[in-house]
Design a protein around this ligand. Structure first.
Ligand SMILES: *Cc1c(COP(=O)(O)O)cnc(C)c1O
Length: 426
């Protein structure tokens, strides 16, 4: 399209309003270009991206190495289906399993598909290895979870908007409070036929809820004691977002200096998505060791696009970028700076109650009711001031910029954020 033919923001929004299903409520900004930590709207206004497509774009917009791998592969071979082998999948699986320290990988496309895959894997393991009677397996999940939008996944959501009028729901889930080790203990000791525990290391959509220090470690130990699979959904927290390669950063060949000395949790099943492709392409994966993944046999599970050559090439390039550019370390250091600076500002600000997070997955809690429009209004003002963020759960604003940000850019963003918040002082 030439510049003259370019659609205006107003027209683009009107077209979506008229012809698209209304399953999202976007901030009114129409983006047409991205590079690194920046995006531009159709009118040419430049913004810092502080959402990173829900942490899919950790490596920055249009990273040349990732785009290069994608274009190169797209010109060579795009899709074979798994009816035949392709020359990219094996090397990719080797690279990813070695990076995260697992025997096997099962490739899928979206996060929700990978969560579904992990649940099926856990159930099959329960029947064939643990000896749970058929159709009796229970999987423990946490309140306020977010694992995606499929029928099974929303069956164990407690968000009424995601659930209502989508029943009947899939059975076999036990819901307990998050970050409550006693609740897990009770569910494991009191429950029968428990197969797995599905958990987000930090609850992202719930408002960047960081559990207490030893929660994951203790939860893993409890699961082990009960022969229950610990399933970590790192779709949002993984791939350097929280200042380590994984938020559960376990027994992996982790490239991150800050890993040692912190609690190590090695999930039995690891779910990755989002930044596994750097936001270039839908790529997700489930990782597990042979004792678990071995229950999956031909015909049990699959996807036409899962493990396609473009996904494999893109996934490999995206992980290489994380290592080469030391993004985990950068996220760790900038995260400390971000929270330090906001913590200096918050005592003199009545609009914000607190800041929380890990690495570059952070949120501020707005000092207003969940139903109030304040967080939305602040995001609209941030947009006017050149920074894009979105409220999650009404009165919480998540801040998750691409991890390729530098210190100077982050300081610039902090001044945009504090200056904008100051506009809301009464
Ligand atoms: C985004 C997300 C998912 C779902 O991923 P999709 O690609 O949107 O299906 C699952 N789990 C967590 C923790 C997520 O943040």
């Amino acid at each position: 399209m030439s510049v003259l033919e370019r659609i205006t923001s107003k027209d683009a929004i009107a077209l979506e309003e008229k012809h698209g299903a209304h399953n999202y409520h976007p901030l009114p900004v129409v983006l047409s270009r991205g590079e690194g930590v920046y995006v531009w709207d159709v009118e040419g206004n430049k913004y810092y991206d502080f959402l990173s497509a829900y942490s899919a774009v950790n490596q920055g917009h249009c990273h040349p190495k990732i785009v290069g791998a994608m274009v190169n592969q797209a010109e060579t071979l795009t899709l074979t289906s798994r009816a035949f082998y392709n020359d990219r999948l094996g090397p990719y699986e080797k690279y990813v399993t070695e990076t995260f320290g697992f025997d096997k990988l099962l490739p899928m496309n979206t996060g929700a598909e990978a969560v579904e895959t992990a649940l099926k894997l856990c159930r099959k393991w329960a029947y064939e290895k643990k000896g749970i009677p058929e159709n009796e397996a229970q999987i423990i999940v946490c309140e306020n979870n977010f694992h995606g939008r499929t029928t099974t996944i929303i069956s164990f959501s407690n968000d009424p908007v995601a659930r209502k009028n989508f029943g009947p729901y899939t059975e076999g889930f036990v819901k307990i409070a998050y970050d409550n080790i006693e609740a897990l203990k009770e569910a494991l000791e009191g429950g029968t036929n428990i197969a797995g525990f599905l958990v987000e290391p930090i609850q992202g959509e719930a408002g960047v809820y960081v559990p207490s220090d030893n929660y994951l470690k203790e939860a893993k130990a409890l699961c082990e004691a009960h022969n229950v699979l610990f399933i970590a959904d790192e779709v949002q927290t993984g791939i350097a977002r929280t200042g380590r390669l994984l938020a559960t950063c376990g027994n992996c060949s982790c490239i991150d200096k800050h890993c040692s000395g912190t609690p190590e949790v090695k999930p039995d099943i690891l779910i990755l998505g989002k930044a596994l492709s750097g936001g270039a392409y839908p790529v997700s994966a489930v990782l597990a060791n042979d004792a678990i993944m071995g229950v999956i046999r031909p015909g049990n599970h699959g996807s036409t696009f899962g493990g396609n050559p473009i996904a494999a090439a893109v996934g490999m390039a995206a992980l290489e970028v994380v290592k080469e550019e030391e993004l985990a370390q950068n996220a760790f250091e900038l995260g400390v700076l971000f929270r330090d600076e906001l913590n200096k500002f918050i005592p003199n600000c009545s609009v914000v109650k607190s800041v929380r997070g890990k690495g570059l997955l952070n949120a501020i809690l707005i000092n207003d009711a969940e139903e109030s429009s304040t967080a939305w209004d602040i995001c609209m003002a941030l947009k006017e001031n050149g920074l894009l963020a979105k409220p999650t759960h009404g009165n919480i604003i998540r801040f998750a910029p691409p991890l390729v940000m530098n210190r100077e850019q982050l300081l610039d963003c902090i001044s945009i954020i504090t200056m904008t918040l100051a506009q809301f002082e009464k």
